[in-house]
Design a binder for this molecule. Sequence first.
Ligand SMILES: Nc1ncnc2c1ncn2[C@@H]1O[C@H](COP(=O)(O)OP(=O)(O)OP(=O)(O)O)[C@@H](O)[C@H]1O
Ligand SMILES: [Mg+2]
Length: 1003
Amino acid sequence: MAEQESSEYGKADFVLLDCLTAEEFLANLRVRFEKNRIYTYIGEVVVSVNPYQQIDLYGKDMIEHYKGRELYERPPHLYAIADAAYKAMKRRAKDTCIVISGESGSGKTEASKYIMQYIAAITNPGQRVEVESVKNTLLKSNCILEAFGNAKTNRNDNSSRFGKYMDINFDFKGDPTGGHINNYLLEKSRVIVQQAGERNFHSFYQLLQGGSDDMLQGLYLQRDASEYAFTKDGMTAATGTNDKANFKIVMNAMQVLGFSEEEITAIYKVLATILHLGNLTFDTEGDTALVSNGRLLSQIAEVTMTETDSVRKTLLHRTVATGGGDVIEKAHTYREALYGRDAFAKAIYERLFCWIVERINAVIAVKGYDPRVHGKNTVIGVLDIYGFEIFDSNSFEQFCINYCNEKLQQLFIELILRQEQAEYQREGIEWQHVDYFNNQIIVDLVEQPHKGIISILDEACMTVGKVTDTMLVDTMDAKLGKHAHYTSRKLAPTEKDMEFNKHFRIKHYAGQVTYAVDGFIDKNKDNLYQDFKRLMYNSVNPVLKDMWPEGEMSITEVTKRPLTAATLFRSSMIALVVNLECKEPYYVRCIKPNDQKSPVLFDYERCRHQVEYLGLLENVRVRRAGFAYRQPYHRFLLRYKMTCEYTWPNHLMPTDAEAVRAIIDQHGFQQDVAYGKTKIFIRTPQTLFELETERAEKFPFIVLFLQKIWRGTLARKRCRGMRAVYTIMTHYKTYKVKAYLMEIMKRFQNVRSMSDYGKSVVWPTPPTVLVPFDENMKYLFRRWRARQIVKNIAPSDMPQIKAKIAAMDSFLGRRQDWGVQRSWERDYLSSAKDNPEMMSQYVTAMNRLKLKERFNSVLFSAHVRKINRFNKCEDRAILITDQYLYKLDPAKCYKNMKTLPLTLVTGLSVTDGRDQLIIFHTRGNDDLVVCLQGNANRVGEVVGVLANHFTNHNLPLLVKVCNPVQCQMRGRQRTVLVEMRIEQTDPDFKKNRTGFTLYWSGI
Ligand SMILES: Nc1ncnc2c1ncn2[C@@H]1O[C@H](COP(=O)(O)OP(=O)(O)OP(=O)(O)O)[C@@H](O)[C@H]1O
Ligand SMILES: [Mg+2]
């Protein structure tokens, strides 16, 4: 029920007619035709009237206008139906088909092209290269098929002389992935003869007009089509087609589709062969035939790449296998030779056409389709098949074509009229039955096994002996005489327009058609002598050979009788109907407004007839009374439950039907629906449209809601996971800590009783968390161990120990040999062992000093060798007390030579060797350089006691370990170097350039 058109254009949908009569219907059709509104709906069926002029209806803007729109949102158009079929396929993953019917010249092929163009234009928004290529090949295949399968007839300058059903395959995204073409019954008799005013297939004229001079020469052809018997009659027929330009277009299309050069050449060779065959004439010699133009024969042989003799033999003889397995050659009579030639010409053209279709199919076939990756493979089928034909003289072809239309009408009735009404009944919807003519009876008349016309025809063909066409009429009269839709002159002697034994008449749903029976048997048998098949099979050209695989069979091979043309056609029609039945159908009903191809003439009678036989009025009636849309309750609910508060997200009502009622009530659509047993029926599409709109509006919220829930779920899941991880981590850490502590306890269990108090125990590696703890433990352990060791030291040893520790801290490992093993006795000069001779002198001197200076304790005393102010060596003694460092002269009863307060001492320097050099650095830059006498290693002791003393008094003492040693003597920088000498008994200083060298015994 299209809107948006003002009333001056009539009703856009016949359903809206005020009064449904044929007159009103036709008046509306006429108004619309005259106003260039060539499309009108009957619900979802498009009625299209051929405008016979270009109307600006198919531009890019139009495509945009219809894209994604509902049928009733825009004025009626083929695009709208194409979009509906596409949407249905995409939304519900349903296969759909668009059936285009109408008589010759009503615009079926044009419509099918517009539909294909529309589908190509709206798909592949992502511009994927492979999809673009599929679309291109699908569109390009059309012009090849038209070149070879279309011809100018008296009714249509570009009449399709074959039936075509094309499947377009789509992937789950709705992009085309390929396709397949089925072709039906090519009118091959046109190859050899055309009615007055008609032409042969376009391909012949295109070759002659468009082929280059070289090409024509190579095929022995002349450009003038009137030179050829098969095309010369057509030369008088004026056409609007430009054969020369079309040749280029077709050639380009074949190249785009990937036809090889060899294949394209072979195609034109077949056409040339046919043209030559047409000019081939025969003479008679006695009973047999002879070829009168031999040159032509060799040209045919050359073009087909066969032997001239074989061609001649094949044209003039046939090989017959005798019962005993022998083979004999039988010469043709003149008539047989002519018959053979024509049959050959027709057969190779038909074979060529089928080969081209198959070749195109190979190119457009869906490749690499994996349903797991690409989803369900859905299909839109487009059927453009010959319309009902009533000619002055109707032959076998018209019989087949009209039978085809009966079948399609039956499908239409089945789907649109019968099933629809049956469904209302089944669902218990109140319904006034609409009467329509069911043409099943005519379909049966033609196709019923044993009794139907095709069966009778086949029987006649199988009967051995001569069965004439006349006898066929007799048989039919006998068998079908009582059938209401069959008659003949004999059955109805008053019908003078039929001749006795020549005509029979079928009362088709679309009108009465009188068929002339002559040629029926022959066309049905469709005989081609085997020899021709072998001839082509033996061609050197691989493409031609490929077209005739059955030529391989030996003549003696017993073959099944080939199926007759009518039986083959019937099977293909039944298969077609089965194929269409399982798809969701969309109809385009084409009407031819006049026979003059005039854009302004509305031939009322012609149109009335078409409207009648297309059953359009019944269609409107059923539609008017019926419902545009239906769906099982639960499906309806699933789709629209979000538009009603009682049903979203789930309803609490006892049945889905009640929930659906709640939705309808909430929207106030009660007047527009009916409730069936399992389905809801909606009368007008607007209702559905409003529901769809509301659904679309609700969608963002639903999506947000779902996102919210889903995000929450995800976050909770993640959180649970994290918690689990932390729990595991905590337990693991506890375990590691426990294990570590247990190990510590195990290892240190007995340290108290160990001689080294556990020094040798290896500490286990702590877990990271316990590293600081480990350090503390180690510290505590060391302290404990120290405590254990210190505990056992006698108090008298303590000063010595402290001094040793102080020495150790001062050396920091820089001097290996510092006498730690020795007992440190400090005041060596008062030792009888160390200083036996002068001990008493020293003690006296020291006591005197003590009295005078009041020091508390002696830190160290020893004999030394020192450098005096004249840079000479002197033997002296040093006494270090807790306050001073005294320089004493042993030679003068240890007279005090110099007193140095310890507070002036800033540091000590020793070497890292075994020598006993020690330098006391002082504040006055007058350092004391001495070398302890004797072999005892006491340097360490001096460093230790002084360091300990300084530490106790919080004074700094810098201890340097180096060799040579830098010092200041009376303000001057001096270097003291220690050198070992084997022969040196006593240490001795020697002056050198920069200071002094202390020679030290190497022992
Ligand atoms: N929509 C249209 N716009 C303009 N011209 C059209 C349209 N439809 C058909 N015609 C004209 O009518 C002619 C016949 O149309 P078309 O070939 O589609 O008929 P057909 O129904 O396929 O006939 P046949 O059964 O003989 O194949 C076209 O060549 C074209 O000139
Ligand atoms: Mg056509």
